[in-house]
Design a protein. Sequence first.
Length: 288
Amino acid sequence: MRMNKIVKDLFYLLRPTYWVKNLLVVAPAFFGGVVFSSFENFFTALLSFLSFSLASSVGYIFNDLFDINHDKNHPVKKDRPIASGRIKPKHAVLLALVLLVVSIVIALLINFSFTLILILYLVLTASYSLGLKNIVIIESFCIAGGFLLRIAAGGASSGLLISGWLILTTLFLSLLLAFGKRRSELNMTGEYSSFRKVLKKYDKSFLDYMLVVFSTASIITYSIYLVNNSFGLILVTIPLVCFGVIRYVYLARRKSKGDPTEALLRDHWLLICVSAWLVIKGFAIYFQ
């Protein structure tokens, strides 16, 4: 029974449900039509995903360690493994170091460019936890930077040149997700505003305006990207993207639905939309 609790705590500490964000590392190879062209390409994509996932878990552990005293007084976060004392800080540090070494070793097996991007990602996440998360607007750009580095890492591991329009789409969409999360948190005054300092510097009208700006920019840049690089069935994904973006904005303005991972995993309409987008996109790339 105790072993099951330890495994459960370690599972929570690593946040594997948040690894879905690291699928962006595989995106360039998948959408470039090369991920299934050979076993080597598939294995490289798998290693890239694993390396970034382990690195992101290092970031989560580091953040929990840095906020341990604050989390102990939080009504929800006090039950986290480190804050509650179920996992000792020294054991968490040891786990983080092991994951860090494994992540970098895997990255070195891929190539130097990928390793460099991974290190930049680790520096960014550490800087975010150490203070950038408390600087208004900058903190959202840090989140967006993490998504951009994932895309860049995918390009480095696959050897593919990433379209400038795709980079812009990723930037605007990630800013939409970041500001949408803050908009959602403002709805939960009693639960969030007391511990996330940066929320005191935002207001709903500003965040609503950011949602309009970046949802529009995301749809426009994605549409231009497809029109310039694709034809046929794949253009059907444009209305799907429109629906998905609008659905996310709708959720972000409602209580507790603005977190990107939570929205994707718990909202069935958004999950159906993303799944349909992946199926159509994949079919158009590999079978059309």
